[in-house]
Design a binder for this molecule. Structure first.
Ligand SMILES: *[C@@H]1O[C@H](CO)[C@@H](O)[C@H](O)[C@H]1NC(C)=O
Ligand SMILES: *[C@@H]1O[C@H](CO)[C@@H](O)[C@H](O)[C@H]1NC(C)=O
Ligand SMILES: *[C@@H]1O[C@H](CO)[C@@H](O)[C@H](O)[C@H]1NC(C)=O
Ligand SMILES: *[C@@H]1O[C@H](CO)[C@@H](O)[C@H](O)[C@H]1NC(C)=O
Ligand SMILES: *[C@@H]1O[C@H](CO)[C@@H](O)[C@H](O)[C@H]1NC(C)=O
Length: 268
């Protein structure tokens, strides 16, 4: 009897806890970069919004406010490549706007929804963060993407087939099959436009925190336009594309970043 009532209590506690964690986010709430455990979650915790360390890590540490898939793979961030120090916060102000503020109080990113009647925020099970005015979504992360698109954000590629549609086409044109397409399981596939100029499909098994490349728009990275910058020459070492300069009369623009291209040597 005692055990049974404890179980009932535990069950009730879990229900209440789940309801709290899935409740709409109210204006006045904030998250802090120094506590990465603090997040706003979707109802079943498939996605959460919170701070993650910058990748690659910096010293002193810096953080990105991101929506991540279960396990930690990011699918959206507040601004592109905007990092804050450990004093940073993500603030959902009573004016209805969402702001990323750094430790010295500078606003580095703003959803710009002040005065639009926003009264709550919600992260749903598809990974969409919405700022709502009661009934309607006034702003959403799906409408303001960074470098990643997830299946429910656009048309039909949830099983790993990427299509492009146009009102003038009778049916959508198939662009690509990821090499794990139609495989079942708790997997998120996403499309990412990367800093090397390529577009790739990745998949991440729920909870794994890792992503596996499934498709690239340009297989030969050296064929990506401008990858090695002005006058740079692209070639491969064992496995990776590397950028070099045409001849001894040229030198890298930035010796620390061979992708910035080449210039004629000084003194010629
Ligand atoms: C975050 O969670 C981990 C694991 O549950 C815990 O060890 C750590 O102390 C927590 N950090 C903070 C700042 O609460
Ligand atoms: C906050 O951002 C401002 C503007 O970019 C910058 O000048 C300042 O150094 C930043 N503060 C911290 C603590 O990073
Ligand atoms: C918000 O408005 C400011 C000022 O007009 C602008 O610089 C900024 O890019 C806007 N933020 C977003 C996320 O669009
Ligand atoms: C919410 O926004 C929608 C679209 O802008 C508008 O039609 C609706 O009247 C607004 N509702 C409230 C309660 O402000
Ligand atoms: C090939 O290039 C990559 C990227 O620059 C580097 O990390 C790797 O060590 C290189 N491999 C060899 C065998 O030189």
């Amino acid at each position: 009897m005692a055990i049974k009532s404890r179980l009932v209590l535990l069950y009730l506690f879990c229900l209440v806890f789940k309801t709290i964690s899935a409740a709409p986010i109210s204006p006045g709430s904030s998250l802090s970069a120094s506590n990465g455990n603090q997040t706003w979650s979707s109802p079943d915790s498939t996605f959460s919004l919170g701070f993650i360390p910058a990748d690659p890590p910096t010293s002193p540490p810096s953080f990105i406010a991101a929506i991540t898939y279960s396990g930690g793979v990011p699918i959206w961030s507040a601004g592109t490549e905007i990092c804050v120090d450990s004093g940073g916060t993500l603030q959902f102000l009573s004016s209805g706007t969402l702001q990323l503020v750094n430790g010295s109080g500078d606003t580095l990113w703003d959803s710009n929804t002040t005065g639009r009647g926003v009264s709550s925020a919600k992260l749903d099970e598809t990974g969409n963060l919405m700022l709502q005015n009661g009934t309607a979504s006034v702003w959403s992360s799906f409408d303001n993407p960074t470098d990643t698109i997830v299946p429910s954000q656009t048309s039909l590629w949830s099983i790993g087939i990427l299509t492009i549609s146009d009102p003038n086409l009778a049916t959508a044109a198939i662009v690509a099959y990821s090499n794990d397409y139609a495989e079942a399981g708790d997997i998120l596939r996403f499309l990412k436009l990367e800093s090397d100029g390529n577009v790739r499909i990745y998949s991440s098994a729920k909870g794994s925190g890792t992503e596996v490349e499934r498709w690239a728009a340009v297989t030969d990275q050296c064929q990506v336009f401008g990858y090695c910058g002005d006058m740079g020459i692209c070639s491969y070492n064992d496995s990776n594309p590397i950028c070099g300069c045409p001849s001894l009369n040229f030198e890298p623009v930035d010796p620390k970043d061979s992708r910035q291209g080449c210039k004629e040597e000084d003194g010629d």
